[in-house]
Design a protein around this ligand. Structure first.
Ligand code: ARG
Length: 609
């Protein structure tokens, strides 16, 4: 594909700036921006001001010299100076037409990353014997969007589910269930969740371990962990400790019971993932238990390389720039959440040979990951066996709030379960779609209930995912289904609806637009083309910054550009057959970019709404 016009402009102006400004401007950024006033051009170059300042000369004069020096042959019309020294640039129509025609392929002009490699995305991370909550929802939706974007750019992506399926809390649940003679074959996630909470309540009673931990200034997650693990009625802890040892040694009836807990948890997780249309196969459910036989080796690595020290009988890793150590073995010899995470770092970089590991986990675990990543680097796991550098990163995210701006709770005050939330979203989507289908003019009028439900489901889930991904991820957001499923406003259904409307136009136009010659007869046509041309850069910037909201923002601007185009430029009733074909092709391309973008966010695009 020919170099994209924006890149050509940048190169041309870089050369001109060197001529006018001298060698100091080697490699400088020519500050090419989309035009502030589209009637005056497609782009503007704002470099004259900086060059003029350096030379101590009037900016307009420098702008004129830049125009004289820049070679835009076969790229743009002769630019004009405006205001204090802006340079307005209008690309040649033929350049726009070529660029947008070149995009009209299966990959829509999105160029794969040259250095595409293996990426691990640590997402979901549910805990056995506990209900999934909204935090897991966010981790799953965000992680899946990352996975889709990186896959689109040619990376090999593993969606890893670091299940919380091992350790003392689970042993406590197992112990209590067995003590109470519960039937494991008929147990439900609710039963497990209740037992978990009861066990936790008992454990919370003992704050000794916690106070000690706070003295040592360990991170909040570890304190929370200690709240669960370290405390507790002595009796239960001892008994659960014995259960854990028996489980670790493979006592078969216990292993069977433990497996039941996992099956029940994963069963309900799978149904939530199904509703979300997100696939995390068993091959990537590598939970904490997967690493259990690798923990001693982790400790050995740190010990034999003098990377850790003994502290009151526990093993800790110290960092140069902070007091907070990383605890990797407790005084009683037990390993911790962090030890398991180190084993996972080792596995992911040394066996899977991932060059990028992205952890999509609640922002409260920030310190934990900072420590784990630095410790992994000390052990040399920031390089793959073939010598490639590994980058680790943690993407935290904000909370999901209720309308009262407090963390989402049910009326009874309990945490909201994920399943109930998703069911409600789907219901709302279905209601909306069924209601609209009653209008005899609606494109969905006359579809059967199943078809309407399928659309409603895409709308409801699309609404949830969009709300999750359309803002800066660290921001909290309010889970307000009324607003989220609306077909107007900054919502997923708005974009889905924009796509469906385009589909109804192109359906009526048949194949007429295929490979049609493109014409630019209106400013709105031009602006739509300029917007389409951005798609490749948008996907790359979303990927480079791991910011899916860049895609959401772009899709909104594309839908707006299309609406303006559609108002100004009749498509099916265009003034000539040639223009009709050209506009149908633009409509089709817009629809495909919208669907592609929604797909990268994990959002479906029904063809009728
Ligand atoms: N199970 C953990 C939790 O719910 C999340 C796991 C995150 N992943 C990781 N590698 N630690 O808090």
């Amino acid at each position: 594909m020919a170099l994209d016009p924006l890149q050509r402009l940048i190169t041309a102006f870089q050369a001109a700036i060197l001529v006018v400004g001298g060698d100091e401007f080697q490699g400088s950024n020519p500050a090419i921006r989309p035009a502030a006033k589209p009637e005056h051009g497609d782009y503007q170059c704002n470099a004259a001001m900086a060059v003029a300042k350096h030379l101590g000369r009037p900016p307009r004069e420098v702008a004129e010299e830049l125009i004289a020096a820049v070679d835009l042959s076969e790229l743009a019309e002769t630019p004009e100076v405006a205001g204090p020294g802006f340079i307005n640039i209008r690309l040649l129509d033929g350049v726009l037409v070529d660029a947008v025609s070149a995009m009209d392929t299966d990959d829509l002009g999105v160029v794969r990353d040259e250095d595409a490699g293996t990426v691990v995305i640590d997402m979901c991370g549910v805990n056995v014997a506990k209900q999934m909550h909204v935090g897991h929802l966010r981790s799953t939706i965000i992680g899946d969007a990352f996975a889709r974007i990186l896959t689109r750019l040619g990376h090999d992506v593993y969606r890893e589910n670091h299940l919380g399926d091992w350790g003392l809390p689970i042993a406590m649940v197992l112990y209590v269930l067995r003590r109470d003679g519960r039937d494991f074959s008929s147990i439900t996630l609710n039963d497990l969740d209740e037992t978990y909470r009861a066990v936790q309540a008992v454990a919370k009673a003992d704050f000794q371990g916690l106070a000690a931990a706070k003295d040592k200034q360990v991170g909040p997650h570890r304190i929370a962990e200690l709240e669960e693990q370290n405390a507790g009625a002595i009796e239960m802890r001892t008994a659960a400790g014995e259960t854990l040892v028996a489980l670790q040694s493979g006592q078969s009836d216990l292993v069977d019971n433990w497996q039941s807990l996992i099956d029940v948890t994963l069963g309900s997780m799978d149904s939530a993932l199904d509703m979300l249309d997100i696939k995390m196969g068993p091959e990537t459910n590598r939970g904490e238990s997967f690493y259990r036989n690798r923990l001693q080796a982790v400790l050995d690595t740190f010990e034999s390389n003098n990377l850790c020290v003994q502290d009151d009988g526990a093993t800790i890793i110290r960092f140069n720039d902070r007091k907070r150590p990383l605890l990797i073995r407790k005084t009683d010899g037990g390993f911790l959440y962090a030890t398991t995470d180190l084993a996972a770092c080792q596995y992911r970089t040394q066996e899977t040979q991932a060059t990028r590991c992205v952890y999509v986990v609640d922002a409260r675990q920030k310190d934990h990951f900072q420590d784990v990543f630095e410790a992994a680097a000390l052990a040399g796991w920031n390089t793959t066996p073939s010598g490639q550098t590994v980058t680790f990163s943690h993407t935290g995210f904000g909370s999901v709030l209720g309308n009262d701006r407090k963390p989402l709770k049910t009326r009874g005050g309990k945490n909201v379960t994920l399943a109930s939330l998703l069911h409600e979203a789907i219901n709302r989507g279905c209601q909306e779609v069924h209601m609209r289908a009653e209008d005899p003019h609606a494109p969905t009028h006359g579809l059967c209930d199943d078809e309407l439900d399928a659309i409603g489901r895409a709308v409801g889930i699309g609404a949830v995912k969009y709300a999750d991904l359309s803002n800066d991820l660290v921001r909290d957001y309010i889970f307000d289904l009324d607003r989220m499923v609306a077909f107007e406003g900054d919502t997923g259904p708005y974009l889905q609806y924009a796509y469906a409307r385009i589909q109804s136009i192109t359906r009526k136009g048949g194949d007429d637009g295929q490979d049609a010659a493109l014409h630019i007869s209106h400013l709105e046509e031009r602006l739509l083309i300029l917007c389409l041309m951005k798609w490749n850069n948008v996907v790359h910037s979303a990927s480079d910054n791991l910011e899916p909201h860049r895609i959401a923002t772009y899709l909104r601007s594309l839908a707006a550009a299309f609406n303006a185009f559609y108002q100004a430029c009749p498509v099916l009733k265009a003034s000539s057959a040639e223009l009709r074909r050209s506009r149908l092709r633009l409509a089709d391309l817009t629809g495909r970019v919208l669907a592609d973008g929604l797909d990268l966010l994990g959002i479906g695009s029904p063809s009728r709404m």
